[in-house]
Ligand binder design. Sequence first.
Ligand SMILES: *Cc1c(COP(=O)(O)O)cnc(C)c1O
Length: 323
Amino acid sequence: MKQIALFERQLHETPIVPLSAAYGPNEYYIKRDDMIPFSFGGNKARKAAEFYQEIKNAQVDVVMTYGSNSSNHCRIIANMAHAMGLSCHIISPEENREILYNTQLVADFGAVIETCPVSRVAETIEKRKQAYLGEGKKVYFITGGGHGNPGTESYVKAYREIQDYEAKNHIYFDYIFHASGTGATQAGLVCGKLLSGDHKRTIVGISIAREEGGGREVVKNSIREYLGKRFEELYEEEALIFTDAYRMGGYGRYTGEVTDTIEKLMREEGIPTDSTYVGKAFTGMCGYIKEKEIAGKKILFIHTGGTPLFFDLLNKKEKEAVI
Ligand SMILES: *Cc1c(COP(=O)(O)O)cnc(C)c1O
């Protein structure tokens, strides 16, 4: 097994920078997790740094995961497995066969893609695991999106980075906003808040796909799993805000408002964002702030990555312009 030097040490903290343009009557900052220096960064890279240690300790032969092969998660895991000299096997839903830059990168990293209907995912994963075991190969399975305690832990660490930044710069962020998908990012941030008794701060997860009831429950379960025995003592319902008011019809769907936000962030801040996660969540944040009439606060938005998707959107726009 080869080492990835970057993941052998604690990740360097990512920059927190103020935004220049107006987004409402508050002061806005952005934490650039898209600048984590591995495979275009993002929250999946932050999570991968934790999974890296587990994979290393387990001495495995094959890294297996679930997800669309056009996803940021699969790009990062396939890249990490390749860099470690391990095989990567991805179980992917056959319903989504879009070919994006991530898809091409995953193929370039030599990952095996096995597709199956969404309804047969669990049994396909189990069958494949058993087949590898039968060949005498040890498998490490990563849940889709890097869900699970290592993924949560990575954002507990991000929360501590934010607190370090605040202490050094004599600032306090009243709100933290971010795109919430499978929920590990939000679970980690909320655990960070609960563990440090930081009652004043509000964390808002903008759902990019899931409906409120189910989506919130998944985040709560991740918090419970991470805190273990301390859950009953530390957990507060008010600490978990997961809004589906800006999901715009579901995963991958977006409005003209989102593309306007993406253009503004690129032109006026020099920050690339995508329409599935970050640009959509940033737009949602602006809507939330307007609706709740939040003013005079310090707001931190976390850029969770997805940079290759920015270029997919650019391609699409160019084609539309030509037609
Ligand atoms: C996966 C992803 C998210 C959502 O993170 P979760 O931890 O699954 O909630 C947000 N932004 C980007 C760019 C992602 O790739």
